[in-house]
Design a protein around this ligand. Structure first.
Ligand code: NAP
Length: 300
């Protein structure tokens, strides 16, 4: 594989995360080809070469990044007709940044190896604004030598990497992290509903939470949304948050442990999606907690 800036990079998936990631790769001088199912989004990455098929995007790629919604999307783009598996050159890397299941990661590792390619998982922490600022936290998982060669890609999009031994462990670390975020949202939602029922101004509680012992990047990010019941526009859609909690529970079954908190969060997210709120921000799980408390989904 050549050194940066000679890497030929394809980015497949230009959603809220994929587009800023592609833009930052372009900004670092990489040759970037982009593909998205909805071709209207191809124009969102100026300086990249727009491609109308996966095969066209990856034909000369050293690295093909997928930043797609879920297992089904990654499966279709990789294994579907005209997909990545048949089109990626031998010796090239499929760098999977989506949050997906342990099962599909294992399937991808095996399938790419059998085609003389390599699958490396590199899920990320950070929302679209963090991606735009090239400040993501990247958890690449795979052989150290492969991660070393991919270092210029990680440097272009993130502020730090946390290497994992295998792609499966990278996927699991991401799920563990997203469980902590989802659990935090549940706790914040319940705490703010409790305060509001007792007549505390949510702005006062917000100041208390962020200004004392509770503040953290995750808490500080989500507390204003929950206190002010502002869940649009979504930076991370609730339907994708539910997808991740489902993946956490699937991993817990696979690995043999109970995660009761995850089950509670899952139930509330299922309710939110069933009420038509799948496209609001993940913090909108608070609407269900509020309704159960008789507060109404949003503060008026
Ligand atoms: P998004 O804005 O909803 O974008 C999803 C992308 O997947 C779009 O490019 C979409 O294409 C594509 N897609 C969906 N189904 C497809 C299919 N069957 N075939 C081909 N393409 C398909 O989601 P996002 O927020 O960027 O998230 C992408 C991934 O990153 C997810 O796994 C998410 O969990 C993870 N993640 C998100 C965040 C965040 O804060 N948003 C943070 C870290 C990780 P179309 O444009 O054609 O619909």
């Amino acid at each position: 594989m050549p050194n940066a800036p000679d890497l030929q990079i394809a980015v497949l998936g230009l959603g809220l995360m994929g587009a800023p990631i592609a833009r930052n790769l372009v900004a670092r001088g990489h040759a970037v080809r982009v593909w998205n199912r909805d071709a209207a989004k191809l124009a969102t990455v100026s300086g990249a070469t727009p491609c109308t098929s996966v095969a066209d995007a990856v034909a000369d790629a050293d690295v093909a990044i997928t930043m797609l919604a879920d297992d089904a999307a990654v499966h279709e783009v990789t294994f579907g007709s005209g997909g990545l598996l048949g089109a990626l050159p031998r010796g090239a890397v499929h760098l999977g940044m989506s949050t997906v299941s342990l099962a599909i990661v294992s399937e991808l590792v095996k399938a790419h190896a059998s085609h003389g390619q390599e699958y490396i998982a590199a899920p990320v922490f950070g929302r679209p604004d963090v991606a735009a600022a090239a400040k993501l936290f990247v958890m690449p998982g795979g052989p150290a030598a492969s991660l070393e060669r991919l270092a210029p890609v990680f440097a272009a999009i993130g502020q730090a990497t946390f290497p994992m031994a295998t792609p499966e462990q990278a996927a699991l670390a991401k799920l563990a992290g997203n469980f902590m975020i989802a659990g935090t949202l549940e706790i914040l939602s319940e705490a703010f509903a409790l305060g509001e029922k007792g007549g505390i101004d949510p702005e006062q509680l917000l100041a208390l939470v962020t200004g004392t012992v509770f503040g953290s990047p995750v808490v500080n990010r989500y507390v204003p949304m929950i206190a002010r019941t502002q869940f649009e526009p979504a930076g991370f859609a609730l339907r994708l948050g539910l997808k991740d909690v489902n993946l956490v529970l699937a991993a817990s079954q696979q690995l043999g442990l109970t995660m009761p908190v995850a089950s509670v969060v899952q139930q509330h997210m299922v309710s939110a999606v069933a009420k038509g709120r799948g496209e609001i921000d993940i913090a909108g799980v608070a609407t269900v907690v509020r309704e159960a408390a008789g507060l109404g989904a949003l503060r008026r």
